[in-house]
Design a protein around this ligand. Structure first.
Ligand code: UGA
Length: 431
């Protein structure tokens, strides 16, 4: 099959590379000449484990091609995926300008014969219908098409694995022909098939991300109870998670959720709800608890660290990515700077992105040990593997004051008691 992806972010580029690897001919259309040149040379631009290798393999085989020109890609394609960003506006509503602009471009370039146009971007209920009517207006009279919603569920950091091992493939469309083509394309991918209508498919994606955010905020709320009562949040969640109806996965308390998806999609679902006169109190609380989780860690630091030099390990919104969008680190760095602290920061992937935001306001380190030298406290915000068994005795010797604030509960209390650090974590007693 020949397919096109409009957009080369985490969703577009990962999925495009995987489908190319299955033997399809894949076009990726972008709109920034510099980025397209880098992609053509095999530089994925984003950091995603395994992506560079997969991209280069398929570039060499001639199965994936990059262009700025819709004319080269769209007319030869059986399926065109829209995978551009839908960032939140100030009121939480998803900004659809990129999706709608792209829809118009696709429509103008449709070929003679049948094409499926499918949204991979997370879009509010009703957007695919809008895409359909835009294309209908601008398409050449000889072109036939159908829209389909085919939401993506991959996570950053495990994007390739998630694409290959999907729990489900959701296809929403009124066209049998479109459904059949999409089923054919997804054949090598595992996971249950859910064939449904457009709006149901659109709502599945928001429901999924909102449910994940709710699980996290619920765990964080319980961690506040634990901190006030002396209960241990890990034991509580482990025990509760053994109930198969609840499950333990994706229920880790800490500094809250970040990234380009969960915060944006909860906001968008609230926005959609208010337009539909639905009471969104539950979702509002999910957001509120997420903000409180960050503030909770901040207030522990402000209360306990009087000398002003602090080190932060982990800046990306989660491990195995360089993405800092809505990362808890952004909030904590800003607040700590406002409170007069001097900050050393370390992250193995996200340093450059943080530099773009904070410039000369921080000291940047490419080694975790060098970063803690003479610090009064170490704050851990991302659970990168490299921190899990790092030499904490060496860290302690380098620091001015042996104090750790762990926003991800990486270490066990028993172990930390032995190391001699003052150890603050989430939903557990301080040792
Ligand atoms: C999320 C969803 O998990 C994907 O299924 C979805 O496809 C994607 O959004 C999207 O809409 O494109 P992602 O944003 O990559 O994926 O990251 P997650 O793994 O969901 O993590 C989000 C945030 O939640 C991170 O900041 C993470 O640290 C935090 N988190 C996660 C917790 O605080 N506790 C947990 O138990 C799990």
């Amino acid at each position: 099959m020949t397919i096109t992806f409009i957009g080369h972010g985490y969703v577009g580029l990962v999925t495009a590379s995987v489908f190319a690897d299955f033997g399809n001919c894949v076009w990726v259309v972008g709109h920034t000449p510099k980025k397209i040149e880098r992609l053509k040379k095999g530089d994925p631009i984003i950091y995603e484990p395994g992506l560079q290798e997969l991209l280069n393999k398929n570039l060499k085989a001639g199965r994936i091609k990059f262009t700025l020109d819709y004319k080269k890609a769209v007319p030869s394609s059986d399926i065109v995926f829209i995978a551009v960003g839908t960032p939140p506006k100030a009121d939480g509503e998803a900004d659809l300008s990129a999706v709608l602009k792209v829809a118009e471009e696709i429509g103008r370039h449709l070929r003679k014969g049948f094409t499926v146009v499918s949204c991979k971007s997370t879009v509010p209920v009703g957007t695919n219908k809008q895409v359909e009517s835009i294309i209908q207006k601008v398409k050449p009279s000889f072109a036939k098409f159908a829209v389909a919603s085919c939401p993506e569920f991959l996570r950053e950091g495990t994007g390739i694995y998630d694409t290959l091992n999907a729990d489900r493939v959701v296809i929403g469309s009124f066209s049998k022909e479109a459904v059949n083509l999409l089923l054919e394309l997804h054949k090598p991918i595992n996971g249950k098939r859910i064939i449904t209508d457009l709006v149901t498919a659109e709502l599945i994606k928001y429901t999924s991300n909102a449910m994940l955010a709710t699980k996290i905020s619920f765990a964080n709320l319980i961690s506040f109870y634990c901190e006030k009562t002396g209960a241990d949040v890990e034991t509580v969640l482990d025990a509760v998670g053994l109930d198969k109806r609840i499950g333990r996965i994706f229920m880790d308390s800490g500094v809250g959720y970040g990234g380009s998806c969960l915060p944006k999609d909860v906001k968008a679902l609230i926005n959609i709800g208010s337009k539909l006169s639905i009471d969104t109190a539950l979702l509002n609380s999910v957001e509120l608890v997420n903000a409180q989780s960050r503030m909770n860690l901040l207030s522990k630091i402000l209360k306990n660290v009087k000398t002003k030099k602090i080190t932060i390990w982990g800046l990306s919104f989660k491990p195995n990515t360089d993405d800092i969008r809505e990362a808890p680190s952004l909030y904590l760095i800003r607040e700590l700077l406002n409170n007069g602290y001097t900050l050393n920061v370390y992250d193995s992937a996200a340093l450059e992105n943080i530099k773009k935001v904070f410039g000369g306001k921080l000291k940047y380190f490419t080694n975790p040990y060098a970063a803690v030298k003479d610090s009064s406290a170490l704050v851990i915000l991302t659970e990168w593997n490299e921190f899990k068994q790092i030499d904490l005795l060496k860290v302690k010797k380098l620091m001015k004051n042996p104090m750790i604030f762990d926003g991800r509960n990486i270490y066990s209390l028993v172990f930390m008691k032995k190391t001699g650090f003052i150890y603050f974590s989430t939903g557990r007693i301080t040792v």
